[in-house]
Design a protein around this ligand. Structure first.
Ligand code: AMP
Length: 182
């Protein structure tokens, strides 16, 4: 695997109930920029998505936002991005984020974050890509998702090999370290 130059971050368009998730998004944005890794994300300025982008920009990082036209008002497209791509649908947004990224990091979020994370996993399961997928647990945020993935194996609906399609890592600094080691 070539050096990771760009990472798509999947995270909430809300801040979540605990400040620890905001801190994690901040550390992730900052850490990516510090390592010269381009942040690819959903293009909004609200929630953890806004926090990760603000942190990367403040640290001098490259940030590419991808947002569908119909969400520009709701997710408040980020005013400071040098690169903002506007797509015509959620599907083309996810495809562009996929195309522009060498790896994926999922941190805390809602249904959209779960959807984006599961989609890159299912594409990997189908052999459509082998880009690294990192599920970052911060204060238990990833536990339900990891349990759901594991349950698909124990119930016989997925092969044990799907466990090799992603890496579950606790904490943002370990994620950054791992990205640097790939
Ligand atoms: P959430 O985790 O629900 O706060 O959403 C995080 C991001 O995922 C936001 O930019 C949402 O617009 C996006 N999102 C929401 N639903 C979907 C979906 N079905 N497919 C892809 N992205 C979504």
């Amino acid at each position: 695997m070539a050096k990771i130059r760009s990472v798509a971050v999947f995270c909430g368009a809300s801040l979540g109930a605990e400040p620890i998730w905001r801190d994690a998004a901040n550390a992730l944005g900052h850490g990516l920029a510090e390592r010269g890794i381009c942040l690819v994300y959903g293009g909004g300025s609200i929630g953890l998505m806004g926090v990760v982008a603000d942190a990367a920009l403040a640290a001098g990082g490259e940030v590419i936002g991808i947002i569908p036209e119909f969400l520009r008002r709701r997710e408040v497209d980020h005013p400071d991005l040098l690169k903002l791509e506007v797509t015509d649908s959620m599907h083309s947004r996810k495809l562009r984020m996929f195309e522009l990224s060498d790896a994926f990091v999922s941190i805390a979020g809602g249904l959209g974050t779960l959807d984006e994370t599961i989609e890159v996993l299912t594409w990997a399961q189908l052999g459509l890509h082998n880009k690294p997928i990192i599920i970052c647990d911060v204060a238990g945020s990833a536990k339900p998702l990891l349990a759901a993935i594991e349950a698909t194996v124990t119930m016989g609906f997925a092969k044990p090999g799907i466990r090799d399609l992603y890496r579950a890592i606790t904490g943002v600094s370990a994620v950054l370290e791992h990205l640097g080691s790939i």
